[in-house]
Design a protein around this ligand. Structure first.
Ligand code: NAD
Length: 259
């Protein structure tokens, strides 16, 4: 059901890799609610899959942006400022990655330096840089930025390893940026969704076992749907959450409250 609550709002979605991406579900929901959307995607190869989706949407702005490249940020955000007349109401950051596959199983203790640094760069600094780049377009009229965390930030989740450490840093970054930007009515929040099958999730060791155990233990006794994650994103990006910043909202069938 559409309420048109995002009518007149312009936003950037970062992190669509395919139709299974959380970012794609969020984009669909925001568009239904009237938002005008721009997109970034990682590279040309992913572009072959996602450009048709963006065009189907009627989006006129989609660019490659590799989050490890500052020049990409500079180029894309200056072109976005031009396309959106210098105004941006929200950004959705749904990007994670970095560690080598062998570091997403076994002991965290064995994490390599390269995986640690890449996880921090791709999964944490990328959000800081995105908010930093979006801020000049938000500071006059306020804005809302969200990212995606995971329970592995708070508790030990087998195999999540260095990604859990990165998500802790991401949640902390949410709080620091919320404090930095609150004076300009720019809000910074995170969702912490329960596990859902996507390309990123398939890189985590024994992910299917995790899904099964999650559904069995969660108070709602089921997995979450991506549409439910998208609804919470809509709340955080709309004026419904005008008094909320620095928050991490769990969309996880209540899993995090169970001991
Ligand atoms: N799937 C889950 O179970 C789950 C649960 C909680 C949180 N999350 C988080 O949700 C977010 C979205 O992940 P998803 O599950 O939709 O998977 P996904 O694979 O669809 O999305 C991950 C995105 O990160 C992008 N990315 C990776 N490296 C990049 C780089 N160098 N430059 C630009 N983009 C890059 C990929 O292109 C992809 O679009 C991630 O932050 C993930 O940690 C996922």
């Amino acid at each position: 059901m559409s309420t048109g609550i995002m009518k007149g709002k312009k936003g950037l979605i970062m992190g669509v890799a395919n139709k299974k991406s959380i970012a794609w579900k969020v984009a669909e929901r925001l568009s239904e609610e009237g938002a005008e959307l721009a997109f970034t995607y990682q590279n040309e190869k992913i572009g072959e899959r996602v450009i048709p989706l963006f065009e189907e949407f009627g989006s006129e702005f989609y660019r490659t942006l590799d989050v490890s490249n500052d020049d990409d940020y500079e180029k894309v955000f200056s072109e976005l400022a031009e396309a959106f007349d210098g105004e941006l109401d929200f950004i959705v950051h749904a990007i994670a990655g970095g560690p080598a596959k062998e570091d997403l199983k076994g002991m965290y203790l064995d994490t390599s330096r390269a995986s640690f640094l890449r996880a921090m760069e791709i999964s944490v600094y990328s959000f800081v840089k995105a908010v930093q780049s979006a801020y000049p377009m938000m500071k006059d009229n306020g804005g809302s930025a969200i990212t995606m965390s995971y329970y592995g930030a708070e508790k030990v989740v087998p195999n999540y390893n260095v990604m859990g450490v990165a998500k802790s840093a991401l949640e902390s970054s949410v709080r620091y940026m919320a404090d930095d930007l609150g004076r300009d009515n720019v809000r910074v929040n995170a969702l912490s969704p329960g596990p859902v099958l996507t390309r990123a999730a398939s890189g985590i060791g024994e992910f299917r076992t995790l899904l099964k155990e999650f559904a069995a233990k969660a108070p709602l006794e089921r997995l979450v749907e991506k549409e439910e994650i998208a609804s919470s994103a809509l709340y955080l990006l709309s004026d419904l959450s005008s008094g909320v910043t620095g928050e991490v909202i769990h969309v996880d069938s209540g899993y995090h409250v169970v001991g």
